[in-house]
Design a protein around this ligand. Structure first.
Ligand SMILES: NC(=O)c1ccc[n+]([C@@H]2O[C@H](COP(=O)([O-])OP(=O)(O)OC[C@H]3O[C@@H](n4cnc5c(N)ncnc54)[C@H](OP(=O)(O)O)[C@@H]3O)[C@@H](O)[C@H]2O)c1
Length: 348
């Protein structure tokens, strides 16, 4: 790990002025930058390389970072935050998200898990803490899609609410400013909205031009919940285990490429402009400076036309890439069972 002086805050000569980057207002009135840097190295990028990218991205103008305990790099990223916040970047200028992993849903586990992320990230508070998945099923990082926990459980709303009450306690304790969900469905969110004292500020979900999730997207927005888009480029370097022959790639789509050619934009820039204009917050991952700079530039630059937006709306393929097979809780199920495709929570 480089010395803390190498990690101090040096705005780059070509940094994007963070005031040129759009932001969204949450139901609490808080502002969140409309693009963040993802930090999941998909098992092939080291914690040090991701931390270095966080440093480079902060110096380039990023003010939003999507972290998680399960990415196994919060301590390395925390080193960077400590150096940045001690050398000119204000903690209040940066939006930091972390997530509760699936083996920490127990009532006694939520607050210690959050405190561990705070300690690793060297923060007194998080801007946002998400329940990473609605299933309390542990599986080791990097395991195969065939892997199943012997204790695997379905979604049981009463149990989820016990976890959520502890998430609400985190807000009361001042450890987190907002709480939210990830990988939820409309039926699960309906139950949560009915029973929550503190409603989720954000739902993090897979969203890209080939997986637009119109129903869930409209539902969360209608309920004052901000959608955050993971895998906004279609996760082109996701592990083999997360690929199936039916998967398609938004970066290869002829409509996206056509818009890119006409506007002299990389297909990634087209996907990110579309995301921000549609109203969700993309969190693209990259450790390559040219790429994370280009991604920030894309959302700070000129918007797409209405015709472009309309054309991209027409290429949805309902193609879910992150299917979550490891969360299945009994034999004979298909991954669709995790996503409540029949409009109700899949029965146990
Ligand atoms: N809540 C959840 O359950 C969940 C699930 C999945 C992901 N996430 C979050 O979402 C983030 C993003 O998702 P993701 O990493 O799956 O997918 P993604 O952001 O769609 O794709 C990332 C890949 O795209 C490449 N890339 C980035 N910018 C590019 C550009 N301008 N031109 C060409 N290639 C580019 C990167 O490679 P290079 O490094 O080579 O640039 C990287 O491997 C994660 O890092 C994580 O923070 C959350």
């Amino acid at each position: 790990m480089p010395s803390s002086s190498a990690l101090s805050f040096h705005p780059a000569a070509d940094a994007i002025d963070s005031t040129a980057v759009p932001s969204r207002v949450l139901y609490t009135g808080a502002q969140i930058p409309a693009i963040g840097l993802g930090t999941f190295g998909s098992d092939h990028v080291s914690a040090e390389a991701v931390a270095e990218a966080v440093h480079g991205a902060a110096c380039a103008g990023y003010r939003h970072f999507d972290c998680a305990a399960v990415y196994q790099n919060e301590a390395e990223i925390g080193n960077v935050f400590e150096a940045l916040f001690g050398s000119g970047l204000e903690r209040e200028q940066v939006w930091i998200t972390s997530k509760l992993w699936n083996d920490k849903h127990g009532e006694a586990d939520v607050i210690p898990a959050c405190r561990q992320s705070l300690a690793d990230l060297r923060c007194k508070y998080l801007d946002l803490y998400l329940v990473h998945w609605p299933f309390p099923n542990y599986h080791p990082p990097g395991c195969s899609v065939e892997s199943r926990s012997p204790n695997a459980k379905p979604y049981i709303h009463e149990n989820f609410m016990r976890t959520w009450r502890q998430m609400e306690r985190l807000v009361e304790l001042g450890l987190v400013k907002h709480i939210g969900t990830s990988n939820m469905t409309v039926p699960k969110l309906r139950l949560l909205l009915r029973d929550a004292h503190v409603k989720p500020a954000v739902n993090e979900m897979e969203l890209h031009p080939h997986f637009q999730q119109p129903e869930l997207f409209e539902f969360v927005r209608a309920n004052g919940i901000q959608p955050v888009a993971y895998s906004p480029l279609g996760s082109p370097h996701r592990p083999e285990r997360d690929r199936t022959p039916e998967d398609t790639s938004p970066l290869q789509d002829p409509v996206i490429r056509g818009i890119g050619e006409r506007r002299k934009l990389h297909p990634a820039a087209v996907c990110l402009k579309w995301a921000v204009q549609r109203g969700h917050i993309p969190i693209p991952f990259s450790t390559k400076r040219a790429n994370y700079m280009a991604n920030l530039q894309a959302v700070a630059g000129d918007p797409l036309s209405e015709d472009d937006m309309h054309a991209i709306a027409g290429i949805d393929k309902n193609c879910r890439l992150i299917k979550g097979q490891v969360f299945l809780w009994k034999t004979g199920q298909s991954w669709e069972d995790l996503w409540d495709v029949n409009g109700e929570v899949t029965p146990p």
